[in-house]
Design a protein around this ligand. Structure first.
Ligand SMILES: Nc1ncnc2c1ncn2[C@@H]1O[C@H](COP(=O)(O)OP(=O)(O)OP(=O)(O)O)[C@@H](O)[C@H]1O
Length: 297
């Protein structure tokens, strides 16, 4: 399969739980191979639903999803051998020691790299004879990540891997991830609320809001394609195209706009580069921009 084949591809993907409102709708995205992809959105945006659909843990209500060009089929779990998955709150067998879990992982997965996993855990000073339930939250996250990596997957899917961790532990887990991925062709898809963390490690971003994809693309392109315009207060921003979000102070207005790099600016407005967190917040603050899902190669 060529490298241009997306690691994950969703077309019109949607999921509704029973008769409730749609948790995910009209999701059409291609996620490139060999990248670290951040999935961001507020609580209830549909991140876990998308991750579970992506790896075949949930059946779509509509649409389809494929991995490395092959449709995900719940009745064909063999494809899961290519997937490493760490669920939210990185559940471990709390009564198992770390060594037990390595032995178990080795017995369950033919490609399991037990020696590499031991090495990584030793480097992290995690005692192999300690029961999982007696490890700190950060250590549990490291063990869960190490077990998933030891499976040597083609794609690693992590649901909020650092949500419950303090900033230092968060950074250490992310560092482990980046070190493990460097120089490999592993694709990583991870969800998080913590945009600063994503900005540091990810090179591609998908933003979900109220069950819809509002933004997707390479982070460099997203940064180049947005600007913050500031100028004297004006409640009428109609003259400016691509406004994502407008804020008005007593004397000044700020517009976060999506526009091609180098596009001319109206002389009334001064254009400034904008960070990823500001871009994400601007989209999340727009509950009623009812634009269709965006597709980016
Ligand atoms: N098993 C379920 N039954 C009914 N509704 C569900 C179920 N799982 C999720 N939902 C609903 O679907 C929507 C999306 O939930 P999901 O867990 O995918 O969001 P999320 O972005 O992962 O949220 P969080 O950041 O809080 O984990 C929410 O409104 C949630 O209440």
């Amino acid at each position: 399969m060529s490298d241009a084949t997306p690691a994950l591809s969703a077309v019109g993907l949607g999921r509704r739980y029973g008769r409730r409102a749609w948790a995910l709708r009209d999701c059409t995205i291609d996620l490139p191979q060999g990248r670290i992809i951040g999935l961001v959105g507020a609580n209830g945006a549909g991140k876990t639903t998308l991750l579970h659909l992506a790896i075949g843990l949930l059946r779509p209500t509509e649409g389809m999803v494929s991995m490395f060009g092959r449709p995900i089929r719940m009745d064909r779990p063999a494809g899961l051998a290519r997937v490493g998955f760490v669920a939210q709150d990185h559940p471990l067998y709390k009564g198992f020691s770390v060594s037990d879990m390595l032995r178990f992982g080795h017995a369950m997965n033919p490609r399991f790299d037990r020696a590499g996993a031991r090495r990584r855990l030793r480097d992290l000073d995690i005692p192999l004879d300690r029961k999982a339930g007696a490890l700190s939250g950060g250590q549990q996250a490291q063990v869960a990540l190490t077990l998933a990596l030891a499976k040597q997957p083609r794609i690693l899917v992590l649901d909020e891997p650092v949500a419950s961790l303090d900033p230092l532990a968060r950074r250490e887990v992310m560092r482990t991830l980046v070190d493990a991925v460097a120089g490999t062709d592993l694709t990583v898809l991870l969800s998080s609320h913590v945009v600063t963390e994503l900005e540091r490690v990810c090179d591609h971003l998908v933003l979900l809001h109220q069950g819809r994809v509002r933004l997707a693309g390479d982070i460099d392109d997203l940064l180049a394609g947005h600007r913050l315009l500031t100028g004297p207060r004006s409640d009428d921003a109609v003259e400016v195209q691509g406004v994502v979000n407008a804020t008005h102070g007593l004397r000044h207005s700020s517009l976060l706009v999506r526009r091609p790099a180098g596009a001319p600016t109206h002389p009334r407005w001064e254009a400034h580069p904008v960070g990823l967190e500001e871009i994400v917040l601007a989209y999340l603050e727009q509950p009623d921009i009812n634009r269709p899902a965006e597709r980016r190669a």
